[in-house]
Design a binder for this molecule. Sequence first.
Ligand SMILES: [Zn+2]
Length: 144
Amino acid sequence: MSATEARRSARPNRTLGPGHDTFWEWCARGELRLPRCTGCGKLLWPVASACDHCGGGAFTWERQSGRARLVGWNVFAQSYFKGVLETPYTTILVELEDGPLFVANPVGFGEADMAPGLALELRFVPARDQAGDFDLPVFALAEM
Ligand SMILES: [Zn+2]
C-alpha cells in the first residue's frame, strides 16, 4: 500500500451509475460540477435522470465556485455504517453559492464552531469505498 492509499479513509459506498459517475469524475479532477438542464436552465442536485422542473433529460455539467454557507448540521452518535465510519461523525447541510443545498462533512472545524450562515469553502479529501478510490467533496472554514 502506498502512502497515498494509506491516507485514504474508508467511506460508505457511493451511488454510482449514469450521472453519478460524471459527478465523481469531475471530483477526481478537483472540481465540483452539478448538472444544469439544457431545456430550462435549472441547476439540479442531487443527480437525476430527468429535470424536476421541465422533465428534460439533457444536462451540461457546470463548475461550482466552491463557496457555501452553513445551513445546518447533525452529529451522528448511532452507527449506521459499522466498520466504515466511526461515531460520532458530523454531517453538514450547506447552501452552495450557486443555489443548491448539498450534504457533506466538515473538515478542520467542529460543532463548537458552527453557526447558521458560516462561510465555508470546498475541499477534496482522498477516500475509498468498495468500488475504489475517489475524491470526496467536503467543506472547510472559508479563509478570510
Ligand atoms: Zn429543466
